[in-house]
Design a protein around this ligand. Structure first.
Ligand code: HEM
Length: 423
């Protein structure tokens, strides 16, 4: 069975493809074009995410196609040690301990440590939108892709002037690994990735030299390390920064766009959220289930593994279709329906499962909650521009809207502002 992630239905309505896979009696499929095994059932995806003995992360951040020799030559110079999403035991438990000790990862700690930053950045961006009342904007460029990066730069202590470069490097990394760039583009993106890595190393070195030590997260990681390579090497500190700058930005941007898309494309929903913001957390959980920002993620088998009678050989790369798992009828009743009152939406796998569970889940939820609350209050008449068609960037892992064109109407109409979206 083929996924065809770079053409056709997968770029506008991936659920069509997930339904086909879930309905097939064969539980695991080999895609000969991608050279990947496709795992789509909830129980199987959860197992693969959580079972580090059978499924490894070593190739999670390696391109899913044969990179051309010139790009390969550049990537060979990238000596970032695996730390989080690309690390296996025994490295991963140690680096994970460092993340857990330094990065706020519960609702209370996130609110306490990062709440003020999130509120300030949301207020700034919402004010800018309100200033264009009566006009149009693309919410992706003006809000969803902007907020998580600004918050992350504040937390990490990265100069604001570098935002454009960091954004381009992050976008480039995602296109290089999970996209389908031609050889010339592969070379350009590989160069960008190497520059990005050197940038992260310089950022850490500046703190080590004492010039810029402060309250920021990079300084906290260095304080945690306390000069002990057995705890973390300085290269590992740089590598964690390198990973966080992408993991914490493109993902949350995706959540914001999916949540706003759902909130604005069903009549009355935006008004309801504005009138009763207590509905927002449950609404966001359902948005995470229904349209995950990462809907495919990689593992490699460390030994042969049998699932539903299909044996996947050792050393095989598997694409875990989180988006399909979140719509598995064995777990979710009427999975194709967006239902913010669903009692078990929390069983989604959008933040992963097990030892690699997303360290930034609480931060992403906080950003999305504050953003939706403030936007719905300040722009009750926000609505999708008529005739908008959903379409996503070409990628096998990240489900990112190309755009979300809206009309900014600060005054709500009496029967709700939503415009149904053609898909
Ligand atoms: C809606 C937003 C987000 C989504 C959908 C998301 C999704 C995920 C997923 C699926 C994983 C599991 C990877 C695996 O099992 O290999 C993961 C891990 C991770 N996430 Fe997130 N993430 C989000 C936000 C964030 C944020 C805001 C940060 C940090 C600022 C972050 C940092 C990380 C890190 C460092 C890992 C690796 C953890 C480890 O390997 O131990 N993520 N995320």
């Amino acid at each position: 069975m083929r996924l065809d992630p770079f053409v056709g239905a997968y770029l506008t309505d991936p659920a069509q493809v997930w339904r086909r896979l879930l309905a097939d009696p064969e539980r695991v499929h080999h895609d000969p074009d991608l050279g990947l095994w496709l795992i789509s059932r909830h129980a199987d995806v959860r197992r693969a995410l959580g079972d580090t003995e059978a499924f490894g992360n070593a190739l999670t951040l390696a391109p899913i196609y044969d990179v051309c020799p010139d790009a390969m030559g550049i990537l060979a110079q990238l000596d970032a040690p695996p730390t989080t999403a690309a690390a296996d035991p025994p490295v991963h438990p140690r680096t994970r301990r460092a993340l857990r000790a330094t990065f706020a990862n519960t609702a209370e700690r996130v609110e306490h440590r990062y709440g003020a930053i999130v509120q300030r950045r949301v207020d700034e961006l919402v004010s800018r939108l309100v200033a264009h009342s009566g006009g149009r904007a693309d919410l992706v460029g003006a809000f969803t892709a902007e907020l998580p990066l600004l918050v992350l730069l504040d937390i990490l202590g990265v100069p604001k002037g570098d935002i454009g470069r960091v954004r381009a490097w992050g976008d480039g990394q995602i296109a290089l690994i999970w996209g389908r760039p031609d050889p010339a583009e592969q070379v350009r993106l590989a160069r960008g990735l190497l520059e990005f890595w050197h940038y992260c190393q310089r950022l850490v070195r500046a703190r080590l030299d004492g010039a810029r030590r402060g309250e920021d997260y990079v300084s906290q990681l260095l304080a945690y390390r306390d000069g002990d390579d057995g705890v973390l090497t300085t290269a590992e500190v740089s590598s964690i920064v390198f990973n966080l700058l992408v993991a914490g930005h493109e993902t949350t941007a995706g959540l914001l766009a999916h949540a706003l898309d759902q909130a604005l494309s069903s009549p009355g929903r935006w008004r309801e959220l504005g009138e009763d913001p207590r509905r927002i957390p449950a609404f966001l959980t359902e948005a995470l289930r229904f349209a995950p920002a990462i809907d495919g993620w990689l593992r490699v088998t460390r030994r042969s593994v049998t699932m539903g009678g299909v044996t996947v050989p050792a050393g095989a790369r598997c694409l875990l279709l989180i988006g399909a798992a979140n719509r598995d009828p064995a777990v979710f009743a009427c999975p194709e329906q967006f239902d913010p009152h669903r009692p078990d939406a929390d069983a989604h796998l959008s933040f992963g499962y097990g030892p690699h569970f997303c360290i930034g889940a609480a931060l992403a939820r906080l950003e999305a909650r504050v953003a939706l609350t403030r936007l719905a209050q300040a722009i009750p008449g926000l609505r999708l521009a008529a005739g908008h068609h959903r379409s996503y960037k070409v990628n096998a892992a990240f489900r990112a809207h190309r755009s979300l064109p809206v009309v900014i109407d600060a005054v709500a109409s009496s029967d709700g502002p939503a415009t149904p979206v053609a898909s």
